[in-house]
Design a protein. Sequence first.
Length: 291
Amino acid sequence: MVAPSAAELAARLGRYRERMSGPYQVRGASVAVPAAFRMVGGMNQASSQKCMAAIAKALGPEAFRAVRVAAAQVTMGKGTPEQVRALTQALIGSPAFAAYAKLPSAQAVRHLMWDFGIGVDCSGYVHHAFLYSRGAGDAAAPSARYGLGAAELSGLQSLPGPHFRRVSPALARPGDVIKLSQGDDGTGHKVIVTARDELTASDPRYAAAAAALGSAPGARLHVVTVASSWGAGGDPERGGVGEATWAYDEGTERWSTLRRLGSGNYMAHPSSKSGPYDHVLDGVFRPRREP
C-alpha cells in the first residue's frame, strides 16, 4: 500500500473538517455549522443515556429508531460527520427546534447541539480524521491496520505503540497526531496536523512568534496548523471543530499560539508549559509505514 503524500493528506483533512460542518437545512436555507464540543465532564455534564432519552422524547419512537445508533456514538463524542449530521438534522426538523426560534440559524443549531449532547471530543475527531486522511472513509475495520480499535476505545490514548513512531515537531507533516497532557485544567488533548512550514524572517508571523518566545536572532521557527475539537468552556457557541495555529522554536523547543488580529497583524501567546496550548507535549506521532 502506497503511503499518501503530504498534499493528499492535507486535502483529505480539509474535506473531513468541512464534512463536520453539515451543511444543515434550516428555515429554508443551507447553513454550515461546525460540530460542537461534546465530552461528558467537559462542562457539558449530562450522560449519554440522559441525552439519548431527551433525543428520543423530542423525536418520537419512529424517528428515534432511525438515528438511534448515530445518537449513541454522537452523545459519547465519538460520532462520524454523517452521524452528527443525521442526528442534528432530525432534531432541526422536530418540534424541539421551536425553542430556538429567536436565535439566528447558526446559533440556533449550535445551541440545539449543546442541549442535546451532540458534538465530538478531541480524540473522537482525530480518530476519524486520521482514518479518513488515509483513505479509510468512516469504516471501523481499517482502524485495525493502525492498532486504533473502535473510536470509543481509540488507541490514540496509548501512542506510540507498535504502529506509530515519534517525529520531531520541526518535521511534522499533515496527518501526524500530536498528543498533549497535563493541561492547566488537568486534562490532555489530541490534535491532527494539517500543515507545517518553516517561517522566514520576512513573514510577519515570525516577528510576533519570536517576540513571544524570546527567540534568539536567526532562530528557526515553524508554524504548525492543527485541527481538533476544542473545549467550549461551558459556552455552546465556543469551541468545537476548528483549526489552531501554533509557532515552534526549534532551538528552545518552546511553543506559542498565533492569532491574526482584525488589523491583519499577528499576536502570539507563549504556552505556559513545555508543549503547545498550555499543555505538556507527549509527542508528535506518525505511522511507522509512512516516510
